[in-house]
Write a new protein. Structure first.
Length: 111
């Protein structure tokens, strides 16, 4: 018995979207039942506070903007400002070293 190409396409698409829907439901269930999710901090629990890295009066506007951007990026990952312990520069040579390593990797992949 030979099936038409349209029938095969409809069966395949139904299977694909059915599996995608099942995976979506599975991800939703895992998100709800996530055992690794951190508990929310209530007002009665003490929060570990850290000393601020720098205040606005001690740093210039550019450094303050950089600190605010880093804090916003960390907050986008779901962490609060009280969880930031310190922000320190790694140094300027790190970028040069990374570029060097990347250059060596890309050159070694050619051969």
């Amino acid at each position: 018995m030979t099936y038409s190409p349209m029938t095969i396409m409809l069966i395949n698409m139904t299977v694909v979207f059915g599996v995608l829907g099942a995976l979506g439901v599975l991800m939703w269930i895992i998100h709800i039942v996530d055992p690794t999710k951190k508990k929310s901090v209530t007002a009665s629990e003490p929060v570990a506070s850290s000393a601020p890295v720098a205040t606005a009066s001690k740093v210039d506007d550019e450094e303050e903007t950089t600190l605010l951007l880093i804090a916003a990026a960390i907050a986008a990952y779901g962490y609060s400002a009280s969880q930031i312990v310190s922000i320190r520069p790694l140094g300027r040579h790190v970028w040069a070293q990374s570029a060097s390593i990347e250059n060596v990797r890309s050159n070694s992949q050619r051969f």
